[in-house]
Design a protein around this ligand. Structure first.
Ligand SMILES: Nc1ncnc2c1ncn2[C@@H]1O[C@H](COP(=O)(O)OP(=O)(O)OP(=O)(O)O)[C@@H](O)[C@H]1O
Ligand SMILES: [Mg+2]
Length: 278
């Protein structure tokens, strides 16, 4: 797929993920539709997305939650409670029940921790139909043949290198958007929550850039280290932290590899997770 096709696919999420009301959507008749559901338990956001059989997004929901840290479930009860509420909201909106879902884990997370993710889903009333690693999920949306998918989330930066359409290398390291917020909080004497808010407002990003640049360069240096020895033609940046203005330029300058960001980068991985549901 080329950039335009990927962006068209991602553009379909604009209204769906922005919908704050959980009123039933009367225009949907899903009585004969098989639904595909994805759950992304991230360090910063829980995201749930529902697609139809043709992978068209039907509904989705996300919220800031600190129940998982770098792929490890640190607040099991909290994660289950939040997911139950999300599931109920989406069921109301869609007018049908959601029974199964796929979830994902960052590369390198041990099998026991992967199972904890599945238990969260099961305890929230969702059969866990499959667990997949996050970069493979993201590349289901992007369809990269030769290049690197870099997912800069809240807690970590994940790297997946593709050659001839196959993932040949993955890595995940603990630097992400949470570190951006911590740096801003320290520099401006704000609470973490205030820094997190300010960071996400695009009108503040230019003035915050000087503080953030070293952390961005750290992320870029992590990526640069992991792509050594591979012929990487392009880097696609996904994950919420890719939305900080200038991430693509810093990445491209540091690595010397053409870098771009699709629309709604925060939802690429959750979308790809849902695509894996049967
Ligand atoms: N507009 C924005 N500008 C900059 N950063 C943003 C923006 N929106 C969200 N973020 C940041 O993106 C991060 C969340 O991204 P994402 O949902 O991809 O991470 P996650 O999946 O929860 O975490 P991880 O993958 O590390 O477990 C947070 O640190 C958040 O502050
Ligand atoms: Mg993530």
């Amino acid at each position: 797929m080329d950039k335009t096709a990927i962006n068209q696919r991602m553009a379909a999420l604009s209204d769906i993920m922005a919908a704050t009301t959980l009123q039933a959507d009367e225009s949907l008749d899903l009585s004969n539709t098989h639904l595909k559901v994805g759950v992304d338990l991230g360090t910063a956001y829980l995201v749930m997305m529902v697609l139809d059989t043709e992978n068209r997004p039907l509904a989705g929901s996300y919220e800031f939650a600190q129940v998982v840290r770098d792929g490890l479930v640190v607040d099991f009860i909290g994660a289950v409670d939040r997911l139950k509420v999300m599931k109920a909201g989406l069921e109301k909106r869609l007018g049908c029940s959601l029974e199964h879902a796929v979830s994902a884990y960052p590369p390198g997370v041990p099998a026991a921790e992967q199972r904890a993710t599945a238990y969260v889903l099961e305890s929230a009333g969702l059969d866990c139909s499959k667990l997949i690693d996050e970069p493979s999920a993201a590349n289901g949306v992007l369809g990269l043949k030769n290049g690197a998918v870099v997912d800069v989330g809240g807690g970590t930066t994940g790297v997946a290198i593709l050659q001839d359409g196959e993932i040949v290398y993955t890595a995940d390291e603990a630097t992400g958007g949470t570190h951006f917020s911590l740096v801003i909080a320290g520099a401006l004497n704000l609470s973490f929550e205030e820094a997190e808010q300010r960071k996400k407002q695009s009108e503040h990003q230019q003035s915050l850039f000087a503080y953030i640049r070293p952390v961005m360069e750290k992320v870029a240096s992590i990526v640069d280290r992991h792509v050594q020895g591979y012929n990487v033609e392009e880097i696609v940046l996904v994950g919420g932290t890719s939305m900080f203005k200038g991430m693509d330029e810093v990445m491209q300058q540091w690595t010397g590899i053409p870098t771009w960001i699709p629309q709604h980068p925060m939802f690429v991985t959750p979308y790809g997770i849902a695509m894996q549901d049967k």
